[in-house]
Design a protein around this ligand. Structure first.
Ligand code: ADP
Length: 266
């Protein structure tokens, strides 16, 4: 059994004041094997985004631990955590998080520029010296071209995010997350704004990332069609995982997902 690349123990997240705190994520413990495609499914408001932000290093938990590639994320300094995330994780944000004053092409190349141009101390986002026109390594160049083609955004490369539809922004944010061929792809509702056929293409692309490059995928979604592409499905209800409903490797199918959702009443 290979070591899990991601492991959480008893994760909690509280919001609110001390007078009225409420837990949006409670006691969440799970692990993800390197090279597997895992989905956490739950309805809107069940805590999926909060959980994904915590496991990626973007949002400190109120309690519990996250180990990513063997490192205890929240025992690291914020700077080390940011560097680890940059090295390992490609994140597809629910609301895209594209940089408004960069073109589509510059947005997609951003992870490559940050990794390559600046001794990892700043780069474009920090106003550092990285040049948006600088050429990344050839394999990264091939990857970008391939992603642009697969995601049908070749005609948009010189446009700015505000000139794109929601679906186009979503596809650009997926290309950006995959461009550096990260070990782990984390995706928050990545097909929410695209047609079901385009969504299916994205899920097939994730599977190719797993099959061809051994990348690990962690998806959070309320979409059962997307979840059916994964190796394993976990269910989140009111901030808590439902381990009795977990569909392990070999058990995932649209019918099994539908049955689990019905049993859980979600
Ligand atoms: P999901 O991704 O499943 O829709 P979220 O993680 O976005 O769920 O949100 C879970 C709950 O936490 C929701 O009730 C939401 O309103 C609340 N929540 C999320 N972020 C914050 C925040 N920064 N402050 C207060 N409440 C929040």
């Amino acid at each position: 059994m290979p070591e899990p690349i991601l492991q959480t123990r008893e994760l909690f997240k509280f919001y609110g004041t001390d007078a009225g705190r409420f837990a949006v994520v409670r006691e969440v413990s799970f692990s993800v094997r390197a090279g597997s495609f895992v989905t956490i499914m739950g309805p809107s408001g069940s805590g999926k985004s909060t959980l994904l932000h915590m496991v990626s290093g973007l949002e400190p938990p109120s309690g519990g631990t996250v180990h990513l590639a063997g490192q205890d994320l929240y025992s690291l300094s914020e700077k080390r955590r940011t560097l680890l995330r940059r090295d390992l994780v490609g994140f597809v944000f629910q609301f895209y998080n594209l940089i408004p004053n960069l073109t589509v092409e510059q947005n997609i190349r951003l992870p490559l520029l940050i990794g390559a141009g600046d001794g990892r101390e700043g780069g474009l986002l920090a106003g550092g010296a990285a040049d948006p026109a600088a050429a990344p390594a050839p394999s990264a160049e091939d990857d970008v071209e391939r992603l642009v083609e697969l995601l049908h955004i070749g005609g948009k490369l010189r446009q700015y995010p505000h000139q794109l539809s929601g679906g186009e922004m979503q596809r650009v944010s997926i290309a950006r997350a995959l461009a550096g061929r990260p070990a782990v792809i984390m995706a928050d509702e990545p097909t929410g704004n695209i047609s079901s056929s385009a969504g299916e293409e994205v899920m097939r692309l994730f599977r190719r990332c797993r099959d061809e490059f051994g990348q690990t995928i962690l998806l959070v979604t309320h979409n059962a069609r997307d979840a059916a592409f994964s190796d394993e499905v976990q269910f989140l209800k009111d901030g808590q995982l439902q381990p009795q409903a977990r569909l392990a490797d070999g058990q995932v199918s649209p019918e099994a997902i539908a049955a689990a959702l019905a049993r859980l009443g979600i």
